[in-house]
Design a protein. Structure first.
Length: 329
């Protein structure tokens, strides 16, 4: 059943959300004149600079003709959203409407979209989820270098970049505009290619349909008017919680069997539609054999997951679960 979040939930969520100034959300907030005098001047200066940078970046596409959708985004969000989804609308004709925003986040926002009639047979769905990443310079990630350790850069076709590509390696090393864009694209492509591999292997993740420069189309979980809840929004009876936990263990066994760690697994990143759970948000996935922090990240994932299920009465221990999953054939 759906419940209101408790104070404990709010505290946990606050710990998981970066506290840096979120320029994108602030763009459409109209502060009263003179309000800045109540702020620390250093924060104000930083905020104004980021605000100006975002306005300039988003204004570059303001002259483009935008298509009409059921969902009505703010002016600045519209430029970012429609620019990211345009290929799926106009070129590939995979979607023809955006119904509503499912989730807004520091890294990306997710939208429920209607599939174009001509694509419904091929996709096997009438609704899809569009995960639209924020403009690269305004994504708010903490410690993403932790997850990039050992990961090769992925090129536009999803293949690993060659170390002999001196132009690319130099741009990455110098963190040029081109190099940072490549890093951004690679981060997104890791989620898409990981979803492809996991879905094919039978893991409970959204089916990936298409990828663009700044967005991924994937399977949608929910109804036309409301997306499925995340586990953190639900209080499950013990028997049902046990069933969901066992289902998740099956998917985690597949994940671990492929040598992968989710990297940010918790009750916030598992959808539940009353039938089965779906694991979401995988751009930060790491490999056991490539990242020296993989074991610690893995245990942290299981600890967060077990914290939720223990509250529902499920007997589970993260360290024992880690051993069980790592020893599974």
């Amino acid at each position: 059943m759906r419940i209101e979040k408790t104070a404990e939930d709010d505290e946990e969520e606050a710990r998981d959300v970066p506290d840096e100034f979120d320029a994108f959300d602030e763009l459409d907030d109209d502060e009263p004149e003179g309000f800045e005098r109540f702020h620390d001047t250093r924060v104000t200066s930083k905020a104004k600079k980021k605000h100006a940078e975002m306005a300039k970046a988003l204004a570059a596409d303001e002259g483009n003709v935008l298509f009409e959708t059921t969902y009505k985004p703010s002016r600045h969000e519209a430029t970012w959203l429609y620019g990211s989804l345009r290929p799926f609308f106009e070129e590939q004709k995979l979607i023809d409407d955006v119904f509503f925003q499912v989730k807004g986040g520091k890294e990306a926002s997710v939208y429920c979209c209607h599939v174009h009639p001509d694509a419904q047979a091929a996709l096997g769905a009438e609704l899809v989820a569009a995960k639209v990443y924020r403009p690269r310079q305004f994504r708010n990630l903490r410690n993403d270098a932790l997850y990039r350790q050992g990961r090769a850069i992925l090129t536009d076709d999803g293949r690993e970049a060659k170390a002999t590509d001196t132009r690319l390696m130099r741009a990455l090393g110098k963190k040029t505009e081109f190099g940072q864009q490549v890093q951004h694209s690679s981060w997104l492509l890791y989620e898409y290619t990981t979803l492809q591999a996991l879905f094919t292997a039978g893991c409970a993740v959204p089916e990936p349909y298409a990828v663009g420069e700044n967005a991924i189309l994937m399977g949608y979980v929910g109804e036309e008017t409301r997306a499925a809840s995340t586990l953190i929004e639900l209080v499950l009876p013990r028997a049902e919680a046990q069933k969901v936990f066992d289902q998740l263990k099956e998917s985690l066994a597949i994940l671990v069997g492929m040598g992968l760690v989710h990297g940010d697994l918790s009750a916030y990143n598992v959808l539940y539609d009353g039938d089965k759970p779906t694991i979401i948000d995988l751009p930060q996935v790491v490999r056991f054999d490539q990242n020296e922090h993989a074991e610690a990240i893995f245990l942290r994932d299981l600890t967060r997951l077990c914290d939720y299920f223990r509250r529902a009465g499920v007997v589970c221990d993260p360290e024992a679960l880690a051993r069980e999953l790592r020893q599974a054939p």
